[in-house]
Design a protein around this ligand. Structure first.
Ligand code: RUQ
Ligand code: CUA
Length: 667
């Protein structure tokens, strides 16, 4: 107990002293300016009209989105909503995309996205998809890198705080999702919280993700109740294995700050997933009743559907037939990051409260398992002897190690939250070779291709949690920041810092050439299979089914068809199905109508999007295009007349009728 208190005090002191320079105005900017070399500006300069070398997909943390930056310029190109509604493009507001945010709890409009995993083939980035995790209501989402859109989301049952997620195998066979909060597996289990040890269980899900539209939980591993934190798949020689850091092996359920920092070592859990896969094929495991949603956006109908699924296959660690799937490796002090090097031989554990970085050897792990070099067990799972599997420890690396990335040249780069730095070290020799300060309190770091078998190297980007004095103040809330360092030489060099959106956790960067060639420019109107499409102005119409009014509308520079609609009555529900007839890159149209308390929509060329609107009063309702699409964008507008519920006004619509004659009153 005492020891832990001391640790916490030490960490507090370091944090406090680290904050002194940036509260002292004399220092403001001083250390920064000297940290940047004279040629830094030229190295990040991307001339107007030129492309960046890398795309970086950065998690938005509490905003539930991903954002896409160019490297080395640090320019942001796009925000991709994944788990949160997004006013910029109507995601989660249009009728087509609402099902994407459906869960077994109903619509969840805002979540927390921490980690990105890019699809891989043979251990290398292949540029097909980026996956992200919803941390709060456990889900994994797929972003299609041809369209930069979220096209699929799967919910993860029996999980809570989906943090060690998503991590991917070297041929994208699976993305995994590990639970941070262990919970009683039946989500509604009504048991005392202090029965954690008895009733709470961990789970790790293996999700098939290599076929769009068919994401599903292949199997779920039931595990002892601890907190699973981060993970990486094995690669190369360790392909077929997965490694998960876990903390709270104390199994505390209150005041974890102290109670989960008792033991000297927690664990990395090594899982033989190839074998687990074989066991499921051999019919082992039990099917359990659960409820989870699978949502898929079909790019031909431009419409998402949400399906509720009811079953999951569970492999339980207590099943004697499954004994050889799981092994615990002791890892010092509340490990966070758990990273495998490009060869797959080394596994780096980063204990948040540890003063060293342990590096484990996959070869030694195999040997220890073969020889049963165990130090007892934890809840029936063998605990491998620490020394037997240790490649070695990096001594005095820094304070508060979190995450490690690799450059493919034999070096590892570890982020240190407490001492605010990136430390470069040699994987074989375990020697620190360089360190640079970050501003301030770095969390994740990212090297393009850093988690793969073939890193692209060149840069490391620090994703910092605290910004303080780095930018112009913006009230109590400051943007988080990213910092770009050149790692092409022996010494790391700070080149640039740029603000991020939301709170960046992990980010993964990929060479632009892998994506640029595949980027979709338009949706072909002839391929549009939306049930309410109008493929030309002749197909536009307004129909009524009871109190539902469907407007088949088209948008093309610079008019909406129809642009005059009458015969809508109070009590009606109006669905505007707007098809953008353009077949030209970069010509979206928007649609908004006065009083809509849902939102607006933004429609890409060749796409159909639906806004549902329920008029709340009698009167005249203008609608218009919200995207400045042409010289006559301001003319792109129309009127919809709403009459009383019992009105006799016939449903009528049109565009381009001659200026109206004086009309008789229709009342
Ligand atoms: S975490 S700062 Cu949510 Cu990936 Cu380590
Ligand atoms: Cu279409 Cu403005």
């Amino acid at each position: 107990m005492k020891k832990n208190r001391i640790w916490l005090v030490v960490l507090g002191l370091v944090a406090a002293s680290a904050s002194i320079p940036f509260l002292n105005s004399c220092h403001k900017g001083g250390s920064t300016a000297s940290a940047v070399g004279g040629d830094a500006a030229a190295k990040v300069y991307v001339a107007p009209g030129k492309y960046d070398e890398f795309y970086s997909f950065v998690s938005g943390g509490f905003n539930g989105q991903m954002s896409v930056y160019g490297l080395p310029s640090g320019r942001m190109f796009r925000i991709i909503p994944v788990f949160s509604v997004f006013p910029e493009n109507g995601y989660g507001y249009s009728e087509e995309t609402k099902p994407m945010l459906n869960t077994s709890h109903g619509l969840v409009p805002w979540d927390d996205l921490h980690h990105i995993a890019m699809s891989e083939t043979k251990g290398e980035q292949d540029g097909r998809w980026a996956f992200g995790n919803a941390n709060n209501t456990p889900r994994i989402g797929r972003v299609d890198l041809k369209t930069f859109r979220t096209t699929e989301i799967i919910e993860v049952p029996n999980s809570a705080g989906n943090h060690s997620s998503p991590f991917i195998t070297e041929n994208s066979e699976y993305v995994v999702a590990g639970t941070r909060f262990s919970v009683p597996v039946d989500d509604n289990a009504d048991v005392p919280i202090d029965s954690y040890k008895k009733n709470f269980q961990g789970s790790i899900s293996f999700i098939k993700a290599d076929e769009p539209g068919k994401m599903d939980i292949a199997f779920q591993l039931r595990l002892p109740g601890v907190n699973f934190d981060l993970s990486r798949a094995g690669k190369g020689k360790s392909h077929g294995w997965f490694f998960f850091s876990c903390y709270n092996s104390e199994q505390a359920s209150t005041l974890l700050e102290v109670n989960a920092s008792q033991k000297d070592k927690d664990f990395i859990l090594a899982i033989n997933w190839k074998k687990a896969e074989e066991y499921t094929k051999a019919g082992l495991g039990k099917k359990e009743k659960v409820t989870y949603a699978h949502n898929y956006l079909d790019e031909t109908t431009h419409t998402a559907t949400s399906t509720i699924k009811n079953e999951v296959l569970v492999l339980d660690y207590r099943d004697p037939a499954l004994k050889d799937l799981f092994y615990f490796i002791p890892c010092p002090k509340s490990p966070h990051g758990c990273d495998t090097d490009p060869t797959g031989e080394y596994i780096v554990g980063s204990g948040k409260l540890a003063a060293i970085i342990p590096v484990f050897s996959f070869t030694k792990i195999q040997k220890a398992i073969a020889n049963k070099t165990y130090d007892g067990d934890f809840d029936g799972i063998p605990v491998i002897n620490y020394e037997a599997v240790l490649h070695g420890e990096v001594q005095k690396p820094g304070l508060g190690p979190l995450h490690t990335e690799f450059d493919g040249k034999g070096f590892a780069y570890t982020s240190f939250f407490v001492s605010s730095e990136i430390v470069k070290w040699n994987i074989e020799k375990l020697e620190v070779v360089d360190r640079v300060p970050t501003y301030y309190s770095i969390g994740h770091l990212s090297i393009p291709g850093g988690p793969t078998a073939k890193p692209h190297g060149k840069y490391v980007i620090a994703y910092n949690k605290i910004t303080k004095d780095r930018y112009l103040p913006t009230g109590p809330e400051l943007t988080q920041s990213a910092q770009l360092y050149d790692i092409s030489g022996e010494k790391m060099k700070l080149l640039l810092d740029f603000p991020t959106t939301g709170e960046p956790h992990y980010a993964e960067a990929i060479p632009a050439e892998l994506l640029v060639k595949n980027s979709v420019k338009i949706f072909k109107i002839e391929d549009n299979k939306h049930p309410y499409v109008a493929k030309g102005e002749k197909e536009t119409k307004v129909t009524r089914q009871g109190n539902q009014v469907h407007v088949y509308m088209t948008a093309i520079r610079s008019h909406l068809t129809p642009d005059n609609i009458e015969g809508v009555k109070l009590g009606d529900e109006v669905y505007f199905h707007v098809t953008n007839l353009e077949q030209d890159w970069d010509v979206p149209h928007g649609f908004a109508i006065k009083g809509a308390n849902n939102a607006e929509i933004l429609i890409m060329p060749g796409e159909t999007c639906t806004l549902k609107w329920k008029p709340d009063r009698i009167g005249m309702f203008p609608f218009y295009c919200t995207d400045f699409c042409s010289a006559l964008h301001q003319e792109m507008q129309g009127y919809l007349r709403v009459s009383p519920a019992n009105s006799k006004v016939e449903l009528s619509f049109g565009t381009g009728k001659k200026a109206a004659e004086p009309t008789a009153s229709t009342k």
